[in-house]
Design a protein around this ligand. Structure first.
Ligand SMILES: *Cc1c(COP(=O)(O)O)cnc(C)c1O
Length: 399
């Protein structure tokens, strides 16, 4: 007889860093509200029916791996980012990796990036065989400090990956100027910055190429894993297209060894639909950020996120800085506020990066920020009431 196993499927929301949290509940007397870091259910509620009918079209067309729905999204996304080409791939991590491979980066090369990013940036560099080289960040924007880049350049350096952390773009002009002087490739890690601006230019349109993540918790999230590369370089775009599809431009004629990293048809269809709402979602995030900043500006001991005058910040993460962060985070969670930390350990101090030979103290600004960052609930659907509850709870705890 066939055994059936009862799988208990717990509902969860994803908080943008791969962690799972609980759905919001209506609250108790001790805990009047429960506000998740990210409420995907609220985000998807208004589009769920439309999404289901799009998914049903994909099923009817058998267009599951790459295909017309992905291609249609690629055109729409390139247009949105104001670039010539967008190439849809399996994840943000793969978009970083494939772009570096297409550029010919490999063993014995060095790639400069920031230490305060998600591990994927370093993983992608490492998976080409190259070595990640970290450079410290600016204390106001938390992005790569252009003044420190040149000291890290060696004859082996081939590329720079500025990470647009939390949704604010790095200071691209000086970075590009340094790259040009040294003949280096620049890829924007735009995973957190879809729809952000720098001096009127869109994230993804400034470097030689840019990588995007459509992980469900990102500002433009798929219904599963997905990513993309944007570029104005037709030659590079063609190389990436071939690499993501087993090194073939024509079926079963392989010009090189590639990988399987085609975007799912379902993700292409969902993303094209969600792209139509990204400007509205970004406007709401910016509005929520300014409400937080208004309410928290008078509280001593909190450092608020700052928006560079050249930038339009899209607040993928709204992260404040406080000195007693760990106890504060515990207390917030006890009171139903889904805070988090992006990221608690800078990459150069991660166990996985030990062989790179860095030590504590090598990147003092990134280390200090990592010990103080505290991300507050942020999503387009967050209500005035929820923002007030978070701000009031925080005020009460700090006093
Ligand atoms: C999310 C993220 C990635 C990786 O994207 P995945 O789609 O999760 O593979 C890379 N870099 C940064 C900065 C990210 O936030």
């Amino acid at each position: 007889m066939m055994q059936t196993k009862n799988l208990k499927i717990e509902k969860h929301t994803s908080d943008g860093s791969g962690q799972l949290g609980c759905l919001p509940f209506s609250g108790t007397q001790d805990q009047p509200m429960n506000i998740p870091l990210l409420d995907l259910k609220a985000h998807h509620a208004p589009i769920k029916d439309e999404v289901l009918s799009r998914i049903s079209e994909v099923i009817d067309c058998n267009a599951f791996a790459g295909g017309p729905f992905v291609e249609s999204f690629e055109y729409a996304f390139a247009d949105y980012c104001k670039v010539e080409h967008a190439i849809g791939v399996g994840s943000g991590t793969e978009s970083l990796w494939l772009a570096l491979l297409a550029q010919g980066i490999g063993p014995r090369d060095e790639v400069i990036t920031a230490p305060n990013t998600f591990i994927a940036t370093a993983e992608a560099i490492n998976f080409t065989g190259a070595r990640p080289v970290f450079v410290d960040i600016l204390e106001d924007t938390y992005n790569l400090n252009p003044d420190l880049i040149e000291a890290a350049i060696t004859p082996k350096t081939k590329a720079i990956i500025p990470v647009h952390l939390f949704g604010q773009m790095a200071d691209m002009d000086p970075i590009l100027e340094i790259a040009e002087r040294h003949g280096l490739f620049v890829m924007e890690d735009s995973a957190q910055a879809v729809s952000a601006d720098y001096k009127g230019r869109r994230a993804g349109s400034i470097g030689h190429c840019a990588s995007f993540s459509f992980y469900p918790g990102k500002n433009l999230g798929a219904f599963g894993e997905a990513g993309a590369i944007t570029t104005n370089d037709t030659n590079l775009a063609q190389k990436i297209r071939i690499l993501r599809d087993h090194g073939q431009a024509k079926k079963y004629f392989h010009s090189r060894l590639g990988w399987n990293s085609r975007m799912d048809g379902i993700q292409g269809a969902v993303l094209e639909l969600k792209l139509k709402r990204i400007d509205m979602a970004t406007a709401r995030r910016r509005e929520a950020a300014s409400r937080y900043s208004e309410k928290l500006s008078t509280v001593e001991g909190i450092l608020l996120p700052s928006e560079d005058r050249f930038c339009k910040h899209v607040y993928h993460i709204y992260s404040i800085r406080v000195t007693n962060r760990d106890t504060l985070l515990d207390s917030l969670r006890e009171r139903g506020v889904g805070g988090s930390i992006h990221y608690p350990i800078p990459l150069h101090l991660q166990e996985a990066c030990q062989s790179l030979g860095y030590e504590k103290g090598d990147f003092p600004i990134a280390e200090k920020c990592a010990s103080e960052f505290l991300s507050l609930p942020m999503f387009p659907e967050i209500t005035e009431e929820q923002i007030s509850y978070v701000a009031d709870t925080l005020k009460g705890l700090i006093r």
